[in-house]
Ligand binder design. Structure first.
Ligand code: FAD
Length: 617
């Protein structure tokens, strides 16, 4: 045994667990460790067993962090959700993060993940609160390089590894290679028996018998359970490219500066030079140094066609980016050239890192359509058994990758979901739980490090610690009745949306919004707001509105009044990327405003009102 390694076999196993760098390795080390210590079971009891069995310095340093976390009053000493049984779908960062909170609340937590590898080299940007949060969970113990110095990002796979380890230590039961397929309602509950179960793949999984009263779905961008409806917002064609290069951590590599978001609107000269010298035309580019050299960029279609990356122009984005229409070698060259140019050719010998298929880690994908769920939670009741369902992470709101907001907003939603479960377990009436959850969800897309509470050390699952001036009663219980489903009925999303919009345009709220828009755009050339239709078609009113509050984001006098679609597109993109305001209509729809779209425009402008309205004195 090398010097410095602990002699006790359990200690050595614990050290291997801390260092394990693959998902399956983490799980097998943990199983061995529990066997060695003679520990069985799950939940916080398992955590206490581990603590008792591992009381040497390195383990103790971690326990003291986790104990501090677990001692927070929100968890009621791990009893707040003691009788709650949860199923979490997905071991992405957000599924694991919510599982940890539920475990700290004392719930039984089973997590299913359909894959058995964590393979994503791509890097996520961390807001200050996420860094603080992960440190408090002992991130440095598992990954020594975690956010050293001014680093504020981490690869997706490292983040998953850290969170998986914490989840296991806190007694979350993690099952890989198990896919959630559907819900199985209780057959009969006359005798007080029978709860909700899951249809899983493989069907032979013993978990098929697990009965739970809370389901949290964190299945990522492509998966939501039945009952939730995702809304698409379609912008102009946006093509993203991600690529990773091997990081040898040489001195030359260390010296190259990162690029934490060069957007075209800020640095036109850089992009013009790039285009003139290489023919590569980008909207933005980000470069982070982590386990790999990671680049994410949004490329213009014409330049991809010109450089032979896309073989033929096609009317729809799916066929445009279909494998058979992409020249992979040209894509690799495009990505490498962009990386080289943007780092001034100072990264020596760029060599592609490999993805999980052992191929150069370069991906091209479509950003044209971003989706978000219309609601964050719902309740189902069948044969007397209630089930609370919530979404977190990308399946709730898909992030804009170049901003890397996925994990920050994902963690916020994970905390919000845990708070919802806490309220549910405390016996709060279901409609109240749902109304509060939807009130909080309204804010998610607008959150940024600037408008969330600065005192990140105070953050907890209690929304009041994170969102200043949050109104937890913005949505009333009677507005979420249709999210409480009895029997086999489904949510009538159309009725729900119409109802929400009609509330948005009724009476005082309508007048207040109109008055505010008029006052905010007064004095701008060519702008006169009198309604929520034709006053906005030129795009100038929206441009004026943003310019009034954030003159740094747009130059009102530089936009071309002859190009309303172009102005709208610029404003939609800027508002989304800089203010987190989700588009409701496309630029073409906004430029040809017809009567029915008035509701969409009001919904869209309401988000600006929320973002910019004066805060109460
Ligand atoms: P994910 O990380 O997507 O995790 C979802 C998990 O659920 C997956 O492990 C999946 O296997 C599992 N799952 C799905 N369905 C089921 C089911 N039915 N049963 C069981 N398990 C299931 N963001 C950026 O900002 N920059 C990037 O460069 C970037 N690159 C990405 C590359 C890829 C390939 C993907 C998929 C996402 C990327 N993202 C990126 C998004 C980013 O990873 C997420 O915002 C972040 O990981 C938080 O997501 P999440 O936990 O909600 O979902």
């Amino acid at each position: 045994m090398p010097d410095g390694e602990p002699a006790n076999p359990a200690h050595a196993l614990f050290e291997s667990f801390l260092r394990a760098g693959q998902c399956q390795e983490v799980l097998s080390c943990f199983e061995e460790l529990c066997q060695q210590l003679g520990l069985q079971g799950s939940g916080l009891q398992l955590y206490h067993g581990l603590k008792a069995g591992l009381n040497y310095w390195n383990a103790k340093a971690l326990w003291s962090k986790l104990d501090k976390k677990a001692g927070h009053k929100d968890y009621d000493q791990g009893t707040a959700c003691a009788n709650t049984k949860c199923l979490v779908v997905g071991a992405g960062p957000c599924g694991l993060r919510v599982a940890i909170e539920l475990a700290l609340l004392g719930a039984r937590v089973v997590l299913v993940e359909k894959r058995d590898v964590f393979s994503r080299n791509n890097v996520l940007h961390l807001w200050p609160f996420t860094i603080h949060d992960l440190r408090a969970l002992g991130a440095k113990k598992f990954y020594g390089r975690f956010c050293t110095g001014t680093l504020d990002h981490i690869s997706i796979r490292q983040l998953q590894l850290i969170l998986l380890k914490v989840a296991l230590l806190l007694g979350v039961e993690v099952h890989i290679n198990v896919q959630f397929k559907d819900l199985l309602p209780p057959a009969s509950r006359g005798d007080g028996q029978g709860g909700w179960r899951a249809v899983l793949q493989p069907s032979s999984s013993p978990l098929s018998h697990y009965e739970f009263d809370v389901l949290i779905s964190a299945g990522g961008g492509k998966f939501v359970p039945e009952g939730f409806k995702r809304k698409e917002t379609r912008g102009k064609v946006a093509i993203g490219i991600t690529t990773n290069f091997v990081n040898r951590h040489s001195r030359a590599e260390v010296e190259v500066s990162e690029i934490s978001g060069v957007a075209r609107i800020y640095n036109q000269k850089f992009f013009q030079n790039l285009y003139n010298k290489t023919g590569i035309d980008l909207e933005n580019i980000v470069y982070y140094k982590d386990d790999t050299h990671y680049f994410v960029m949004t490329a213009k279609k014409q330049s991809l066609l010109k450089k032979g990356v896309i073989l033929q122009d096609k009317p729809d984005i799916e066929s445009l980016l279909a494998d058979e229409n992409v020249n992979r070698d040209a894509l690799l060259s495009y990505a490498k050239e962009a990386a080289n140019f943007s780092t001034n050719y100072r990264l020596p010998e760029l060599e592609f890192a490999l993805n999980h298929r052992a191929l150069p880690d370069v991906d091209m994908f479509d950003f044209t359509c971003m989706t978000r769920s219309e609601n964050a939670a719902l309740v189902r009741e069948h044969n007397g058994a209630r089930l609370l369902l919530g979404l977190v992470g990308d399946c709730l709101v898909e992030p804009f990758w170049p901003l890397g907001t996925g994990v920050a907003r994902g963690f916020l939603a994970a905390f919000d979901a845990a708070w919802m479960v806490r309220r549910w377990a405390a016996g709060t009436p279901p409609l109240e739980v749902l109304a509060e959850r939807e009130s909080i969800y309204q804010h998610l897309s607008q959150t940024s490090p600037d408008n969330t509470n600065k005192n990140v050390s105070q953050y907890s699952i209690d929304p009041a610690t994170r969102y200043p001036n949050i109104n937890l009663h913005a949505i009333k219980a009677n507005q979420v009745r249709d999210l409480y489903l009895v029997g086999t009925v489904e949510v009538d999303h159309k009725k729900r949306r119409d109802k929400r919009l009609s509330t948005a345009v009724s009476g005082d709220a309508y007048e207040e919004l109109l008055r505010w828009c008029q006052a905010s755009t007064a004095g701008y050339r060519g702008v006169e707001v009198t309604d929520f239709t034709s006053s906005w078609t030129s795009g100038l009113a929206l441009c004026a509105l943003v310019h009034r509050f954030r003159p740094d984001l747009v130059d009102f006098h530089a936009v071309d009044p002859q190009d309303p679609v172009g102005i709208h597109q610029l404003m939609l993109d800027t508002a989304e990327q800089e203010l987190g305001i989700q588009p409701v209509l496309s630029s073409t729809e906004m430029a040809s405003m017809a009567e029915p779209d008035r509701l969409g425009l009001i919904t869209y402008l309401s988000q600006f009102y929320e973002a910019f309205k004066p805060s109460p004195a």
